[in-house]
Each structure stands twice: as C-alpha cells, then as structure tokens.
Ligand binder design. Structure first.
Ligand code: IPE
Ligand code: MG
Length: 221
C-alpha cells in the first residue's frame, strides 16, 4: 500500500493524513473483494524496514491500525470476512497484540474473504524463521530430502495459497522485501496510482489486466 506520504504531500498535508485516507482504500478494496468473491486479499501494511521511520510516524501508524481493525470488526462479521495479521509479533506493542487477537478471534469462524494484514513483516525474515524451524526438524531426521513444501509449511503463510496477483501502487517497481518465497509465480500489476486513490475502479482494472495474462508456470501450452 504505497504512496500515502506522497498523496498527502501533494495536498500540502502531513504524511499521516495520507495514511488515514489509505484506510479508506483498504475498506473499498475489501468491499469489492467480498462482492467479487475473492477468497484472499493481503495488504502489506508495515515492513520490518518501516521500523526505521521517525518514531512519531511509526506510533501514529500503529495507533491507526489498532483503531481501524477494531472499528471494522462489525463490518468483517457482517461480510463474513476472516481477519488475520501476519508478521513479526515480537516487535508489536502489547496493546496492539491484544487488539489483533481480539479481532482475529472474533472473525475466526467467518468463511468468506480472508483478509490478511502483513504487519512488521519482511520476506527475508519469514524465510529465515522458517529455515530455522526446518533446520530443527532436520536434526531429528538427518539425511532426509528437503522439498520446497518443507519450507513453505514453516512460513507464516502456511496453509494459505500463494498469491495469484500482486498489485504494486505508486509507480514503484520493486518487491521491497514482501512475499519473496510465495511470489515465485505471482503475476505483477504496476500502477502509478497512489494507495489513497486506489479504490474499486483501480482494483477492477488491475484484475482485468491479470485476467488477460497467459500463465504457463514455466511450462508450454
Ligand atoms: C504507505 O505509504 C506505506 C506504509 C509504510 C504505511 P508511504 O508512507 O510509503 O508513502 P510514500 O512512499 O512516502 O508516498
Ligand atoms: Mg513508500
């Protein structure tokens, strides 16, 4: 969800104003996803690297996320949305972890859209923590052949299908340490639209572009 700061700057406002407006885009994309029966939508909300931003912006973002998820709880349940947060929990405040646990538990039985917020997440961190667990398994089963699935099931995304489509907003053309392992065959759509302007119509256009792709997964037709 990139481009919130630039969106605010263009309007002569503080960066946090862009983050507030970005929450409206999350809501719009979630509602469209429910309507279009998309099974999973993930949002990259905050990376491990984002901890290096000024303390005021970090705490404003953490506050905003805690408040937004509590505010949306009724909407999640009304739309049968299952909410989850994935990332490095060690770095989150006790208050935010309590909010996450509350909203996760309250929506755990929902069977419609699964909405995942990646928070304090980085792809390299995920692969490392999975590799550590896999190494532990191997100590108990030395010499055992290691397959990609053996790493996958230790990633924080275990049990969740790899993404079909990754939408990168705000004109950037890099993966920025997002789902490095899981995007092996993901289709990428790039748009100059800044995240706060990414609403239903922008989402529809990205899906249309995705639908026109010829996916061969390394094979031939
Ligand atoms: C939102 O956009 C991404 C978050 C880390 C919340 P940015 O805050 O990176 O906005 P730009 O890139 O400065 O425009
Ligand atoms: Mg940015």
């Amino acid at each position: 969800m990139d481009g919130n700061g630039r969106w605010a700057k263009e309007r002569g406002k503080e960066r946090i104003y862009g983050h507030f407006e970005g929450v409206e885009s999350v809501r719009a994309v979630m509602e469209a996803g429910v309507e279009w029966k998309i099974p999973y939508i993930s949002f990259f909300a905050f990376s491990e690297e984002n901890w290096g931003r000024p303390e005021a912006e970090v705490s404003a973002l953490m506050d905003l996320m805690g408040r937004a998820m509590l505010q949306e709880l009724d909407t999640f349940n009304a739309h049968d949305v299952r909410f989850m947060v994935l990332g490095n929990r060690d770095r989150l405040s006790e208050a935010l972890k309590a909010d996450i646990d509350q909203v996760t538990a309250a929506t755990a039985g929902n069977r419609g859209l699964t909405m995942i917020l990646f928070l304090s997440y980085s792809g390299q961190w995920d692969i490392l923590q999975a590799a550590e667990k896999m190494a532990h398994d191997l100590i108990n089963h030395p010499g055992q052949a290691v397959r990609p699935e053996d790493l996958s099931r230790h990633l924080v995304t275990a049990g969740i299908p790899d993404p079909d489509l990754l939408i990168r907003t705000s004109g950037e053309k890099r993966i920025s340490n997002y789902l490095l392992w899981q995007t092996a065959y993901t289709e990428f759509v790039f748009t100059d639209t800044l995240w706060p302007d990414f609403r239903r119509e922008a989402f529809r256009q990205a899906l249309e572009e995705f639908a026109s792709r010829d996916r061969r997964f390394g094979k031939i037709k």
